[in-house]
Design a binder for this molecule. Structure first.
Ligand SMILES: *Cc1c(COP(=O)(O)O)cnc(C)c1O
Length: 232
């Protein structure tokens, strides 16, 4: 089975159609291929088809896989992150999408300080207020952004969410819209060093709706690489 190129092309077409419906420029939307649980060879294959950005969710798996990928891909870390594992991402990823608490942000700051560089981050928001999910509570977002913005080796670029699961993307639309509105509110505060240029939202089942609601980064795994057997 070698249909990664075809899957990527189909997704780009669907993104373009969603942009068309929403009056957006498709260049504002970038595709992150979520390669968790998939081998390095498939990352290489997607890269050969023009895919540059890849998302990983598990630190240990990322540590094992990244050295096996020869292509100059751009890695994004999108999964739950414990402080004691941040060091393994240091200098290896372009952006961390899943920052939700100050202690974690401080550790990321400390690690990137060691290499004298700055890492782009997104604040993950628990948009559905689900006890099972990570993410900053909506009511804490502004104070959390203000605190994290003080850290010199982090650059806040926007927000990320994993909305409540539904098989009907229309049920998820209000959450995507709310994330965009939260980003607009934060933007109006005009905090130094805080940009709200990125909205990381939308997965295989709902990315078109996310794009219609303003996503700039969509994180898509299954629709590119097929079903995942292990983990989730
Ligand atoms: C696995 C994962 C995705 C991709 O999910 P698909 O439904 O396979 O497209 C996106 N975002 C996060 C945070 C994930 O963990």
């Amino acid at each position: 089975m070698n249909d990664i190129a075809a899957n990527l092309a189909a997704i780009h077409e669907r993104i373009a159609a969603a942009c068309d419906r929403a009056g957006r420029n498709p260049e504002e939307v970038r595709l992150i291929a979520v390669s968790k649980v998939k081998p390095a060879a498939l990352v290489e294959e997607a890269f050969a088809s023009g895919q540059l950005m890849f998302g990983e969710s598990y630190v240990q798996e990322f540590r094992d896989k990244a050295p096996l990928v020869q292509a100059p891909v751009e890695w994004h870390f999108i999964g739950g992150l414990q402080k004691n594992k941040v060091k393994y991402l240091r200098g290896q990823v372009a952006m961390i999408h899943s920052v939700d608490r100050l202690a974690l942000a401080e550790e990321i700051n400390r690690q990137w300080q060691k290499i004298g560089s700055r890492i782009k981050i997104l604040l993950q928001v628990n948009i559905g207020d689900e006890t099972s999910k990570a993410g900053c509570a909506v009511e804490d977002l502004e104070s959390r952004v203000r605190a994290i913005a003080e850290l010199p080796n982090l650059q806040i670029c926007g927000l990320m969410c994993l909305p409540p699961y539904s098989t009907d993307p229309e049920e998820v639309r209000p959450y995507f819209r709310q994330l965009r509105e939260l980003a607009e509110q934060i933007k109006r505060l005009a905090l130094p060093g805080v940009a709200m240029a990125e909205l990381s939202m939308g997965m295989s089942g709902d990315f078109e709706v996310a794009v219609e609601e303003g996503a700039t980064l969509v994180r898509i795994g299954t629709a590119i690489f097929g079903e995942r057997i292990k983990k989730n």
